[in-house]
Unconditional design. Structure first.
Ligand code: SF4
Length: 72
């Protein structure tokens, strides 16, 4: 499965980083970044392959603009 972050929608609130530092950190532009992810310049999405959702489920729920998705 994978975590998908719609980078263009992120407002940089930092909630996902606070709840789920295993997968998320803030980048130099003040937006969320999925650690070790690939960035698709066309869709402006970051994608990270994961084997367990762990704290990512909480990040999905907390994000105020719903720009984090988990694809199973
Ligand atoms: S919770 Fe959502 S809006 Fe806030 S930093 Fe994370 S991805 Fe961006």
């Amino acid at each position: 499965m994978e975590i998908i972050l719609e980078k263009s929608e992120c407002i940089g609130c930092g909630s996902c980083v606070a709840l789920c530092p295993k997968f998320f950190e803030m980048d130099e532009e003040g937006k969320a970044h999925l650690k070790g992810s690939e960035f698709d310049t066309k869709t402006e999405e970051e994608t990270l392959e994961i084997s367990k959702t762990e704290c990512a489920e909480e990040a999905v729920e907390i994000c105020p603009v719903q720009c984090i998705k988990i694809k199973k």
